[in-house]
Design a binder for this molecule. Structure first.
Ligand SMILES: *Cc1c(COP(=O)(O)O)cnc(C)c1O
Length: 359
């Protein structure tokens, strides 16, 4: 089986078992009982990881990438007189704006560019009374900043705002308890920190709020997807059945490792990368204390040729990722997936070697 060490921010490296699950599940009719049972099992496992009160929540599956899950939430929000307050500090925050805009849902951004969110400013906006919903990205994959979603949700809840979180790059490694943290809608996917294959978009949302939704999309109607499933145990449209089987295996592996240990492992890998990259003269975009442990963005040193760097490493089995920041040149190294310390050490040796020869 092919193994490249993926240091891009998902799809991440997966175990052989996760890949084998696709073949083992084999040819299955999605309308047969076993697919419904499988989807129910996945929903229960997802909820088990993301909320302490699973009975109040639904985990809703779509055949899509993560953005599909996000779109299912955003296109369903019952926005009336008030607007959506969108907190932006990177490209994924901008994407939320673009999706809302597509559905002509009124949205106001507070844009912190690629910097940290100023909570005092957010509070002022929340308290203004102009907004019914607040949207925010948990780990902003553009820079690697980990946003203080708990504090934002708490401020929003005090004013009765509905809280929507893009947890694509945080769910399944960072501890999240939607019930306790005050998160009403959350989007994540199969292929990042869940360490599954790409293809399943996941929404976790409060049951009561789903029934208040206002569907503007046909395929991505949250309410219809939930109601159809509870009636029939089936997805409305053809699910990626084998990917579901694979996701189920990935969630079992997460259960075995545990969220806490997964974050510990990622933190260890991230620290190795940070220490070595620093010694080689690379400057991180984000200060250590606000950076997540899953991805680090670096400024390109003068004269640095990212493509050459990328190709050199690819030839040796490692994939690094270009930057997403609009201003200034940066690139990114993620450390999610079923990566091992030896693989990261190996990677860093190659980076050292490259830098030696480049200078
Ligand atoms: C990866 C990611 C997404 C979704 O990406 P897809 O390519 O649609 O799976 C959304 N938001 C954040 C923060 C992400 O990191």
């Amino acid at each position: 089986m092919r193994r490249q060490v993926l240091l891009n921010p998902g799809p991440a490296c997966t175990s052989a078992k996760v890949k084998e699950a696709v073949i083992e599940f084999g040819d299955v009719c999605p309308r047969e009982e076993e697919t419904g049972i499988l989807m129910r099992a996945i929903s229960d496992k997802v909820k088990g990881h993301l909320t302490s009160v699973p009975k109040d929540y639904e985990a809703v599956l779509f055949t899509s990438s993560g953005t599909g899950a996000l779109e299912a939430i955003l296109s369903s929000l019952p926005v009336k007189e008030q607007k959506v307050l969108n907190i932006v500090n990177g490209e994924y925050g901008k994407r939320i704006h673009e999706i809302l805009d597509t559905y002509k849902i009124p949205v106001v951004d507070i844009d912190f560019e690629n910097g940290e969110i100023d909570l005092a400013v957010v509070k002022e906006y929340i308290n203004s009374g102009f907004y019914s919903h607040v949207t925010v990205v948990h780990c902003e994959t553009t820079t690697g900043i980990l946003n203080d979603v708990k504090t934002i949700a708490k401020m929003a809840k005090e004013k009765n705002l509905t809280v929507v979180v893009d947890a694509m790059s945080s769910a399944f490694a960072y501890p999240i308890d939607m019930a306790n943290d005050g998160i009403d809608f959350l989007a994540c996917s199969s292929n990042k920190l869940a360490q599954g294959l790409p293809g399943i978009g996941i929404v976790v949302a409060r049951k009561d709020l789903i029934q208040n939704c206002n569907a503007r999309s046909y395929y991505f109607s949250l309410k219809d997807q939930v109601n159809y499933f509870s009636k029939t145990n089936q997805m409305r449209f053809t699910p990626a059945v084998q990917m579901l089987a694979s996701l189920d295996t990935a969630l079992d592996e997460l259960g075995e490792e545990g969220i806490e240990n997964r974050l510990k492992r990622y933190s260890q890998l991230n620290q190795l990368i940070r220490i070595k990259m620093k010694s080689l003269g690379f400057k991180p975009v984000v200060k250590l204390k606000s950076n997540s442990a899953v991805i680090t963005a670096y400024y390109e040193p003068t004269g640095f040729d990212f493509n050459k760097f990328h190709n050199y490493l690819k030839e040796r089995g490692f994939i690094v990722y270009p930057g997403k920041m609009a201003d200034g040149k940066s690139f990114r190294i993620a450390n999610i997936g079923n990566l091992k310390i030896v693989e990261i050490n190996d990677f860093l040796l190659h980076v050292s070697e490259y830098m030696k020869n480049a200078n």
